[in-house]
Design a protein around this ligand. Structure first.
Ligand code: ZN
Length: 238
């Protein structure tokens, strides 16, 4: 693997990151993520993201790949009403088929959702309403988070909580049960305070940790221990 990736991973370890769940969001990136995964520090997730949900998806191949590479999650999958394409009904079918697969193979889901929380909740409730997974890049109110926590899900915070004006995200990060919070960077899609999205890398999860720790009046160590433990349980890591 290239030296830049080695450096990025080394910086993550130096920042105290214990492992990284790395999603491959479309079939063309599944190979790359599988190769980068080492089963301990870089852990793969495979799926078809709602933005790419008009691509063909071979569910049999996804099922085989998830098992073959030791994937720890299915994702990112979900619903996005901010984008106009692919059309929502296409996103919905793609999400439902992968949700059903995740339940069948008993893997947690990495859930992507923008302006579609009512739709997401309705689909989940139609499937019985109890799941393992994470609503990622969460930036909404504690009330919205609570609807998903009630269904067994975790809430992931990243760049938004580092921004002083992200009031909803910060109020959720302060108020939600500590045992349901995990941290992420979503690199390179979401910026951190003072860092543009393309420069964000896994080491910067420490900035999100620092922001959440401060909001909750916890030490960085205590917050990191809690969120790392939550992620270990969620993804069933040793
Ligand atoms: Zn996403």
């Amino acid at each position: 693997m290239g030296s830049r990736i080695d450096e990025v991973l080394a910086r993550a370890r130096d920042a105290g990151v214990e492992f990284i769940v790395l999603p491959a969001d479309e079939p063309s990136s599944w190979d790359f993520v599988e190769k980068l995964s080492d089963g301990s520090f870089v852990l793969p997730a495979l799926g078809l993201h709602p933005w790419m949900s008009d691509q063909p998806l071979d569910m049999g191949e996804l099922r085989r790949r998830l098992a073959g590479c030791g994937a720890v999650a299915v994702g990112e999958i979900g619903l996005d009403r901010v984008v106009e394409t692919p059309p929502f009904d296409v996103q919905l079918r793609c999400f439902e088929s992968q949700l059903d697969l995740a339940m069948e193979v008993d893997l947690p889901m990495l859930l992507h959702c923008r302006k579609a929380f009512d739709d997401l909740e309705a689909v989940l409730r139609s499937r019985g309403g109890h799941f393992r997974g994470v609503v990622h890049a969460f930036s909404k109110t504690p009330d919205i988070a609570a609807r998903f926590i009630e269904m067994g899900l975790h809430i992931a915070f990243g760049g938004a909580v580092t921004r002083p004006h992200a009031r909803k995200a910060r109020s959720s990060a302060a108020a939600l049960p500590l045992d349901r919070i995990v941290l992420e960077t979503d690199a390179p899609s979401i910026g951190m305070l003072g860092i543009p999205p393309e420069s964000v890398e896994p080491a910067h999860v420490a900035l999100a940790a620092g922001a959440v720790a401060e909001l909750r009046g916890l030490s960085l160590e205590a917050l990191g221990e809690a969120t790392t433990g939550n992620a270990r349980r969620l993804f069933r890591l040793a």
